[in-house]
Ligand binder design. Structure first.
Ligand code: CMP
Length: 142
Protein backbone atom coordinates (compact mmCIF):
# COMPACT_ATOMS: atom_id res chain seq x y z
CA UNK A 1 0.00 0.00 0.00
CA UNK A 2 1.31 3.49 -0.82
CA UNK A 3 0.51 6.97 0.41
CA UNK A 4 2.01 10.42 0.05
CA UNK A 5 4.77 9.84 2.64
CA UNK A 6 5.75 6.35 1.49
CA UNK A 7 9.30 6.36 0.15
CA UNK A 8 11.77 3.90 -1.31
CA UNK A 9 15.41 3.77 -0.42
CA UNK A 10 18.49 1.73 -1.23
CA UNK A 11 20.51 -0.17 1.31
CA UNK A 12 23.73 -1.90 0.31
CA UNK A 13 25.36 -4.51 2.48
CA UNK A 14 28.97 -3.79 1.57
CA UNK A 15 31.68 -6.42 0.94
CA UNK A 16 32.76 -6.38 4.61
CA UNK A 17 29.18 -7.11 5.68
CA UNK A 18 28.67 -9.90 3.14
CA UNK A 19 32.00 -11.48 4.13
CA UNK A 20 30.87 -11.53 7.78
CA UNK A 21 27.45 -13.01 6.88
CA UNK A 22 25.50 -9.92 7.87
CA UNK A 23 23.02 -9.85 4.99
CA UNK A 24 20.28 -11.70 6.86
CA UNK A 25 20.83 -9.67 10.02
CA UNK A 26 20.62 -6.43 8.03
CA UNK A 27 17.38 -7.40 6.29
CA UNK A 28 15.92 -8.62 9.59
CA UNK A 29 16.63 -5.26 11.24
CA UNK A 30 14.88 -3.36 8.47
CA UNK A 31 11.90 -5.70 8.38
CA UNK A 32 11.54 -5.46 12.16
CA UNK A 33 11.54 -1.67 11.76
CA UNK A 34 8.56 -1.79 9.39
CA UNK A 35 10.32 -1.73 6.01
CA UNK A 36 9.03 -3.87 3.15
CA UNK A 37 11.39 -5.38 0.58
CA UNK A 38 10.68 -4.16 -2.95
CA UNK A 39 13.82 -5.38 -4.74
CA UNK A 40 16.84 -7.53 -3.97
CA UNK A 41 19.99 -8.38 -5.90
CA UNK A 42 23.33 -9.98 -5.03
CA UNK A 43 26.22 -8.90 -7.25
CA UNK A 44 29.79 -7.75 -7.48
CA UNK A 45 29.78 -4.14 -8.69
CA UNK A 46 31.82 -3.38 -11.79
CA UNK A 47 34.35 -0.59 -11.45
CA UNK A 48 32.34 1.48 -13.95
CA UNK A 49 29.14 1.13 -11.94
CA UNK A 50 30.88 1.85 -8.62
CA UNK A 51 32.46 5.01 -10.06
CA UNK A 52 29.13 6.23 -11.34
CA UNK A 53 27.37 5.35 -8.11
CA UNK A 54 29.88 7.33 -6.02
CA UNK A 55 30.50 10.09 -8.61
CA UNK A 56 29.76 12.86 -6.11
CA UNK A 57 32.88 11.81 -4.15
CA UNK A 58 35.25 11.83 -7.14
CA UNK A 59 38.43 13.72 -6.27
CA UNK A 60 38.12 13.23 -2.51
CA UNK A 61 40.99 11.45 -0.80
CA UNK A 62 38.83 8.45 0.10
CA UNK A 63 37.35 8.00 -3.41
CA UNK A 64 39.85 5.58 -5.00
CA UNK A 65 40.08 3.30 -1.91
CA UNK A 66 36.27 3.40 -1.69
CA UNK A 67 35.94 2.20 -5.30
CA UNK A 68 38.53 -0.53 -4.70
CA UNK A 69 36.70 -1.68 -1.59
CA UNK A 70 33.20 -1.60 -3.10
CA UNK A 71 34.33 -3.72 -6.07
CA UNK A 72 36.39 -6.15 -3.94
CA UNK A 73 33.60 -8.68 -3.44
CA UNK A 74 29.86 -9.21 -3.65
CA UNK A 75 27.33 -6.83 -2.17
CA UNK A 76 23.63 -7.16 -1.40
CA UNK A 77 21.52 -4.46 -3.06
CA UNK A 78 18.29 -4.01 -1.15
CA UNK A 79 15.33 -1.84 -2.17
CA UNK A 80 13.07 -0.99 0.76
CA UNK A 81 9.82 0.87 1.24
CA UNK A 82 8.30 2.55 4.27
CA UNK A 83 6.91 5.84 5.46
CA UNK A 84 9.87 8.24 5.73
CA UNK A 85 12.10 5.41 4.56
CA UNK A 86 15.15 7.52 3.79
CA UNK A 87 15.45 9.21 7.17
CA UNK A 88 14.52 6.06 9.12
CA UNK A 89 17.05 3.96 7.22
CA UNK A 90 19.79 6.46 7.95
CA UNK A 91 18.87 6.32 11.63
CA UNK A 92 19.09 2.52 11.65
CA UNK A 93 22.50 2.61 9.92
CA UNK A 94 24.07 5.32 12.09
CA UNK A 95 26.78 7.82 11.18
CA UNK A 96 29.39 7.04 8.52
CA UNK A 97 32.21 6.46 11.00
CA UNK A 98 31.24 3.59 13.32
CA UNK A 99 32.97 5.40 16.19
CA UNK A 100 30.46 8.26 15.82
CA UNK A 101 27.43 6.02 15.27
CA UNK A 102 24.83 5.79 18.03
CA UNK A 103 24.73 2.57 20.06
CA UNK A 104 22.41 -0.03 18.56
CA UNK A 105 22.86 1.17 14.99
CA UNK A 106 24.17 -1.22 12.33
CA UNK A 107 27.41 0.70 11.89
CA UNK A 108 28.01 0.95 15.65
CA UNK A 109 27.42 -2.78 16.04
CA UNK A 110 29.26 -4.03 12.97
CA UNK A 111 31.21 -1.26 11.21
CA UNK A 112 34.98 -1.65 11.21
CA UNK A 113 36.06 1.89 10.22
CA UNK A 114 34.95 4.85 8.10
CA UNK A 115 35.40 2.92 4.86
CA UNK A 116 34.45 -0.60 5.94
CA UNK A 117 31.21 0.54 7.50
CA UNK A 118 29.06 -2.47 6.55
CA UNK A 119 26.11 -0.66 4.96
CA UNK A 120 25.24 2.18 2.61
CA UNK A 121 21.93 4.05 2.82
CA UNK A 122 20.66 6.67 0.36
CA UNK A 123 20.97 10.14 1.89
CA UNK A 124 18.07 12.00 0.21
CA UNK A 125 15.03 11.36 -2.00
CA UNK A 126 17.01 12.46 -5.06
CA UNK A 127 19.89 10.12 -4.16
CA UNK A 128 17.50 7.24 -3.54
CA UNK A 129 15.91 7.71 -6.94
CA UNK A 130 19.25 7.94 -8.72
CA UNK A 131 20.82 5.04 -6.85
CA UNK A 132 17.83 2.69 -7.20
CA UNK A 133 17.66 3.38 -10.94
CA UNK A 134 21.39 2.59 -11.23
CA UNK A 135 21.65 -0.65 -9.28
CA UNK A 136 18.11 -2.04 -9.05
CA UNK A 137 16.47 -1.10 -12.35
CA UNK A 138 12.73 -1.48 -12.01
CA UNK A 139 12.69 -1.01 -8.23
CA UNK A 140 10.98 2.37 -8.52
CA UNK A 141 8.07 1.02 -10.57
CA UNK A 142 7.30 -2.37 -9.02
P1 CMP B 1 28.55 5.49 2.10
O1 CMP B 1 27.32 5.74 2.88
O2 CMP B 1 28.59 4.29 1.23
O3 CMP B 1 28.89 6.79 1.23
C1 CMP B 1 30.19 7.16 0.85
C2 CMP B 1 31.21 6.26 1.46
O4 CMP B 1 32.51 6.76 1.45
C3 CMP B 1 30.91 6.09 2.95
O5 CMP B 1 29.76 5.33 3.14
C4 CMP B 1 32.20 5.49 3.43
O6 CMP B 1 32.31 4.10 3.17
C5 CMP B 1 33.20 6.24 2.57
N1 CMP B 1 33.74 7.36 3.32
C6 CMP B 1 33.14 8.53 3.59
N2 CMP B 1 33.98 9.32 4.30
C7 CMP B 1 35.10 8.61 4.46
C8 CMP B 1 36.32 8.88 5.09
N3 CMP B 1 36.55 10.04 5.70
N4 CMP B 1 37.27 7.92 5.06
C9 CMP B 1 37.05 6.76 4.42
N5 CMP B 1 35.91 6.44 3.80
C10 CMP B 1 34.94 7.37 3.82
Amino acid sequence: MSDATTERTLIIVKPDGVARRLVGETIARFEAAGFSLVALRFATLSEELAREFYAEHEGKEFYEPLIAFMTSGPVALIGLERENAIERARQLCGKTNPLDAAPGTIRADYGLDGRHNTVHASDSPASAERELALVLPGALES
